[in-house]
Design a protein around this ligand. Structure first.
Ligand code: UDP
Length: 351
């Protein structure tokens, strides 16, 4: 199938592109390259890359019709896109608090343009299916863990709210226009492709695992542990780390389920919603200890103030994805996630 992957030059999107190619699909990437990497899309993934903004409707229409010059000479030329995986978004919580306009414009406004294009009259009443990347940040501070999909959503920062708002758009577009859609709410994406040539490379890097590895490889002098007075066994925050390749696999399964429903002409007038996590939580301290065991290196760590907006514990129940999609994470254990992240880290940074 011909699939548009927005944000396909980013961390999770690039792994999804590889999963799609391996499953026999034909992905094309649309990315504004603000945080994505064109060397990854072009050289590592070897798929067409279109640099541009999801909110550029004329560009979108050209791509959706297969008429963009970047598609010339590929199997996508002149043939309409059949589904969209929508990863493109800004995802720094702190930045979203300081500059919410940028987050709502990019994550919400541009997505509205994309959805309009997917349901446009020229589709003849056959909207193009979409798989949307949402987040456990839409739950806000959890009332209980593990978190199921029907847990109330009360995001506590503009990033989480922008994702939550898109979820509302998807509900309404699905009901009104029959837009087939899947919403995935990711927990903590981590790890890297086991081949070692694809992984996480954020600038600035804010995530725990790459920061731990930065210190262990000498790229950073020390790690800050954001708070050790949380109501958890060791006082540090607990998160559910899920391997990025397992997230990518879920997208292929989610997409295939949408298409099966459509073939059977089963009307889906509301989005299919799935949490994606392992259902096991690890504290910051436990991540540090596990990373020491994997890399054989130590690190300097200081306890710092709590980071604003960090809930003590976020752990998924992903039973629904297991049941409906037969999704089985291939790399559920933290040591494997860290091994893959470390191999990538050494490859990318030459350390
Ligand atoms: N964290 C930390 N030091 C860091 C980065 C993160 O102590 O340098 C903590 C953070 O407070 C959170 C956990 O590690 O409890 C995971 O943070 P991350 O930014 O990786 O993901 P988030 O849960 O915010 O999406």
């Amino acid at each position: 199938m011909r699939i548009l992957v927005t944000g396909g030059a980013g961390y999770i999107g690039s792994h999804a592109v590889r999963a799609l190619s391996r499953a026999g699909h034909q992905p094309v990437v649309l990315d504004n390259l603000v945080y994505g990497h064109d060397d990854i899309a072009r050289q590592v993934l070897g798929v067409p890359l279109i640099e541009g903004q999801v909110g550029d409707r004329p560009l979108l229409d050209t791509v959706l019709q297969g008429n963009h010059p970047a598609l010339q000479g590929t199997g996508l030329e002149g043939r309409p896109i059949e589904a969209v995986l929508h990863f493109a978004a800004y995802a720094y919580v702190g930045e979203s608090v300081k500059d919410p306009a940028r987050y709502y414009r990019n994550n919400l406004g541009d997505t509205l343009t994309l959805l309009e294009a997917l349901v446009a009259p020229e589709r003849g009443g056959n909207p193009i299916p979409i798989v949307f990347s949402s987040t456990c940040a839409t739950y806000g501070v959890p009332q209980q863990v593990p978190i199921t999909e029907d847990h109330p959503q009360a995001p506590i920062n503009p990033y989480g709210r922008s994702k939550w708002m898109v979820e509302q758009l998807l509900h309404d577009f699905s009901y009104a226009y029959g837009l087939p859609c899947v919403i995935f709410r990711y927990f903590n994406a981590a790890g890297a492709d086991p081949e070692g040539d694809l992984g996480e490379d954020h600038d600035p890097e804010t995530h725990l695992i790459p920061r731990v590895l930065d210190v262990m490889s000498g790229r950073e002098p020390y790690l800050q542990i954001f708070g050790d007075d949380y109501p958890t066994p060791d006082g540090t925050c607990i998160r559910d780390y899920i391997h990025v390749c397992d997230l990518a696999d879920a997208h292929v399964l989610g997409l295939e389920r949408l298409l099966r429903l459509r073939e059977r002409q089963e009307e889906t007038r509301s989005p299919l919603i799935y949490n994606l996590g392992n259902g096991t939580g690890y504290s910051v301290q436990q991540v540090i200890e596990a990373a020491k065991a994997v890399t054989g290196r130590g690190l300097l760590a200081h306890v710092a103030r709590r980071r604003e907006g960090d809930p003590a514990q976020l752990v998924a129940s992903a039973e629904r994805a297991r049941q409906d999609l037969a999704w089985r994470p291939r790399y559920p254990d933290l040591a494997t996630i860290l091994e893959h992240a470390w191999a990538w880290h050494q490859h990318r940074h030459g350390v």
